[in-house]
Write a protein that binds this ligand. Structure first.
Ligand SMILES: [Zn+2]
Length: 440
């Protein structure tokens, strides 16, 4: 199992110049090769191989461009390997190989975005408090934790906040945690970040929302400065710093939560959310992106693998918010503002999110009796008495005056006879209760 270990590095002024030079060279090789590939594509030729590109844009180019020789050559080669991989992923995606994942054509690298350069093999060295990189020197590194094993590669990263990091790839062994015999279903939401099937609600930090005003102010000031000026760079940095802070708060929370869950539970069940589709909703996109659902899933999945726990994702079409978790009665679709509802069949009063979380877990473990969340019985049980009786009443008796809305069907879950109300979400419509009480 491969894992990434990231540490902050503190290069001095000279080293910063050298690292930036390296980034520049990597960018040059990438962009030149990509432009060449594009050119060949337009004239109807095939994409050149990695070896061809290396010959042309590293070996040959070094003869003409002196500055390309001043940096280590491994990162340049790795750059072209990445380009090769990017093309492979793109071609595979075009032929529909990895389903549902669309990979775009490789893009040109910009001087303004995050910069990376990767060293592999034996040409970098890891020391007590230094990291040695060829043609850069010994850089101060803070080992915030021990490396699990000998790394296979190190990527030097400079983020938009001008911070430098070293990201090592190491081979790790799974560290199984003791089994707890507990399982949990998690419903991710907007108002509450996560609702667990045991009834716990976990609030997310929403760091972007908290800093939105400040960010808007900083950005307004940024656009008013002259391009290329020192002041602009200062203000750009201020925006980038705030963005980095927002990201750090979110990441910290997600790491903490996922670790916590993996320690407590043997099986973690999540719902497959169509996040990329949801963020197309302009009213919700900012809020959803601020939560970091996708990252939460990635982190939880990786930690489950590492600690020997089971991670499951259920289908997004599963009617988790429509079904009653006590009896399986399906109440139909509910608007987002309906936070609580009462089951028409068994009278259980549900919190929308907790009910969904219980259902998510039940999809994976239908036999286990999920520890019932303390349900409050509906205030007005008379309205439901028709449905509670054991012997199914006759059709005419139940549905008198309402033949279209109530009919008996086979419940999907238990394959025992239960009455299911079709169509609209009747349980959330108070006027329907009144209608029923007429039959009592
Ligand atoms: Zn019910």
């Amino acid at each position: 199992m491969k894992a990434r270990y990231r540490y902050r590095i503190y290069p001095n002024h000279i080293q910063i110049t050298r690292i930036n030079q390296l980034f520049g060279c990597c960018r040059y090789v990438w962009n030149q090769s990509l432009a060449y590939c594009n050119q060949l594509y337009v004239s109807g030729q095939k994409k050149p191989s990695y070896t061809d590109l290396t010959k042309q844009f590293i070996t040959q180019a070094k003869k003409e461009l002196v500055w390309l020789k001043e940096v280590a050559s491994t990162p340049l080669q790795q750059c072209l390997k990445d380009l090769d991989q990017a093309y492979k992923n793109f071609f595979n995606s075009c032929s529909g190989k990895p389903k549902a994942i669309k990979v775009k054509h490789p893009k040109f690298k910009s001087r303004k975005s995050r910069q990376t350069a990767r060293f592999v093999g034996a040409n970098y060295k890891v020391g007590q408090d230094k990291l040695y990189l060829p043609k850069v020197g010994k850089i101060k590194i803070v080992w915030s934790r021990l490396l699990a094993s000998q790394p296979t590669s190190v990527t030097i990263i400079k983020d938009s906040d001008n911070r430098y990091f070293a990201s090592f790839v190491v081979e790790t062994l799974p560290e199984p945690l003791p089994k707890t015999e507990n399982s949990i279903g998690i419903d991710l939401g907007i108002s509450t970040f996560a609702t667990l099937s045991n009834g716990d609600k976990i609030e997310g930090p929403k760091p972007l929302k908290q800093n939105l005003k400040k960010l808007a102010k900083f950005q307004r000031k940024l656009v008013r400065t002259e391009k290329g000026s020192k002041r602009r760079e200062r203000r750009r940095l201020r925006v980038a710093k705030l963005h980095a802070k927002v990201k750090d708060i979110r990441t910290y929370f997600l790491h903490k939560l996922s670790t916590d869950l993996v320690k407590k539970y043997d099986t973690i069940v999540l719902e497959d959310l169509n996040v990329s589709g949801m963020v197309k909703n302009r009213k919700l996109s900012k809020t959803i992106s601020d939560l970091g659902w996708r990252k939460f899933r990635i982190l939880t999945e990786a930690k489950c693998e590492k600690y020997g726990k089971e991670f499951r994702v259920i289908d997004r079409w599963e009617p988790t918010s429509q079904k009653c978790s006590c009896c399986g009665f399906k109440g139909g679709k509910k608007e987002l503002n309906v936070r609580e509802w009462t089951c028409l069949s068994c009278g259980a009063h549900h919190d929308r999110d907790i009910n969904a979380a219980v259902n998510i877990l039940e999809v994976v473990q239908p036999k286990t009796k999920v520890k019932a969340v303390k349900e409050t019985v509906a205030e007005n049980p008379i309205q439901l008495s028709l449905f509670v009786s054991e012997a199914p009443p006759q059709e005419a008796e139940v549905a008198e005056g309402q033949p279209e809305t109530i009919k008996r069907t086979w419940s999907r879950r238990n394959s025992t006879r239960k009455k299911v109300v079709d169509g609209n979400d009747v349980s959330t419509r108070p006027e329907f209760f009144k209608q029923l009480s007429l039959f009592d």
